[in-house]
Ligand binder design. Sequence first.
Ligand SMILES: [Fe+2]
Ligand SMILES: [Fe+2]
Length: 193
Amino acid sequence: MSMIYTELEAFVRARLPERRFQHSLGVVEMSRSLAGRFGLSVLDASSIGIYHDAYRYDCDDSTASYCRSKGIEVFPEEENDPMLLHGALAAAHFDEDAGGVPGFWKTAVRHHTLGHRDMGPYGAVVYIADYAEKGRRHLCDDQRNAILSCGTLEEMIIMIMDMQRPYFQSKGIREAGVSVELYEFLKAGGRLG
Ligand SMILES: [Fe+2]
Ligand SMILES: [Fe+2]
């Protein structure tokens, strides 16, 4: 039986600095609203949202091999920047931390950083909420509203990836292979649900 949401929230609060915990609450709030709007479980989306960054400060050079030992595929961009593996690391710990959780919770948490065509609808929700929750200051209200006015989760992700691209380019960051694959999949009409 999984931990109830309030226990999971207390667990995450104890692991994270206040600012990151507040971000996590913001992700929960937006995830709840998206889940309600698109016919998904608000409780599942909340649990995924509160936990998604639980291992944000635990990655180091050993994380890639640890994730592989747990059967998680590690992408080249993650190998080069272990912080990107915090979703994978959280997925690896989710069962033990929460007393056994559904596979789709782990999948959603695992792919919230780079996105993935197999992240599922709950992965889409946490990805969008992670980028656009109300505490995020890297986008303005007009941009947030533009994302939320899209008719589908897939369109929202396309818009987010389009918004991120100039930033990545200005920083000389190359988009990860799995992210490009997700974008092309969505542009071709692929669905995550
Ligand atoms: Fe994250
Ligand atoms: Fe996050």
